[in-house]
Design a protein around this ligand. Sequence first.
Ligand code: G3P
Ligand code: MG
Length: 243
Amino acid sequence: MPLTLPRVIGHRGAAAHAPENTLESIRCAAAFGVAMVEIDVQLSRDEVPVVIHDDTLERTTTGRGPVIDLTWRELQALDAGAPFGRPFTGERIPDLTSVLALCKELQLGLNVEIKPSPGTDVRTAEVALKTIDAFGPIGAPLVLSSFSVESLEAARDLAPHLPRGYLIWERPADWADIADRVAAASINFDHEQETSESIAAYKATGRPLLSYTVNTAERARELFALGVAGVFTDFPGRILRVA
Ligand code: G3P
Ligand code: MG
């Protein structure tokens, strides 16, 4: 069955409006009316899958140092809302299970981006997939993605039923072979690094295309006109108007 993807996917929830990768950000994206949100998952020191983008804590939390150096308990003590702004003080780094629960409650599709810290590519995929499996269906579409080919290969072997998006950054020469090897269901590219020719080459593989991070209506319109199926955005309200 062909993969149907939404036109608009909330990036890290609704990252322009609420602290990225928090439950509040996901609620905010849902309130705008998106059908799916994307979040980033990596491992704590004690191998809890936690939802945070950078592999260090400084930018988005009150913590310091690498995420992987802290236990889940230590990470939970940090404030993931304060750096974004006062009204969000007290927001926490969520774990993957609490995001699955919220998406189930909101009937919201979920793109789990597997974002391993260096050297944890396979293990991060394993733990994330075990968590998704243990939680059970969320009642809405759930897709995976990763920049890590190793993580995608692990996901292909462990959870072949879950669609995998191959995330491309600085397109490698063998991108088409990789897409085949990981049995990618979609190609997810950075719109700033591509041309209409390279987008056409992706499209020629027959896969739906997703593009990140598209924050203006004008660019979203151009990409949709080039045949892009959907875009990740920090500003869901803006893009939904032209989707
Ligand atoms: O999945 C789309 C996008 O999230 C990929 O880039 O760095 O924002 O995780 P990044
Ligand atoms: Mg991401």
